[in-house]
Design a protein around this ligand. Sequence first.
Ligand SMILES: Cc1ncc(COP(=O)(O)O)c(C=O)c1O
Length: 300
Amino acid sequence: MLPQAPLQPLNLRWLIAAGVEVAILRLDLIDPLISGNKWFKLTHHLAAARNAGAEGLISLGGAHSNHLHAMAAAGKRFGFSTVGLLRGHPVQTPTVLDLQAFGMELQWLGYAGYRTRHEPGFWAPWLERYPRLHPVPEGGGGLDGALGCAEIVNQARAQLSDVGWDDYDGWWLACGTGTTLAGLVLAEAGRHKVYGAMAVPAGHGVAENVADIVGTDCPCRYQLLDASRGGFAKTDAQLLAFISACEAQSGVALEPLYTGKALLALQQAVEVGHCPKGSRMIFVHTGGLQGKRASGAMLD
Ligand SMILES: Cc1ncc(COP(=O)(O)O)c(C=O)c1O
């Protein structure tokens, strides 16, 4: 059973000055370990694993992966086995130490080996080696990942009156693969627009991934914006100063690779008048704070 993420007013001076109201859906608060969008993304993969009679999950990620972190923590909490296929060569990041402590078995693929993950034959040897595990795409993606994220929309809708709203104008959230955004787009079915602030530059497959998941039958309303600031995991002084100021004003902790970049992209949209006075947006806090322990490192 998914815990309820609180919907809270986001009080920031630049929002108040522009007359734009933002409520923040705090997925970062649903659990100390299975945090952010990750639990939502895992729910349908877990159901598929149960239906297939699998004993656990096998998935991929980097040495700071929020997705592997949540999956390993879920395995420990709910008693299923987990295997992580990791990018690169063995390193001991705070995330990797946690994965080991949670009992995840780690296989390091090197960089060249990890690059083959999209090739058609990639999974065959791993599924032969771990026949009782269910494969989950990188980042918990795919249609199953998106369907789990549809619940995010229900959680926010159920709490609108808590922030004094009866409706809203749209969603704003960070995208890595676009899976979470695709889940929101499917659940909204055109009722409200979903804005995706991409943490990776255009050309990294987000648009294609979202289009693959939502298909052509969906009455979709979404827009992707480049919020990467020159590259995934790239940070700069303006971004870091913006995050510090927003954290101080709102009391909400942000991290610089997803939520911080997405909020800065929203501020820039507000500044140029793309969110008119009186508009009401839901900003999704997608978590990722565990990755902040390795500052300046590559997260995914
Ligand atoms: C903290 C955080 N926010 C947002 C995202 C983006 O999610 P998605 O890959 O579904 O676009 C990720 C993962 O990639 C993440 O770790």
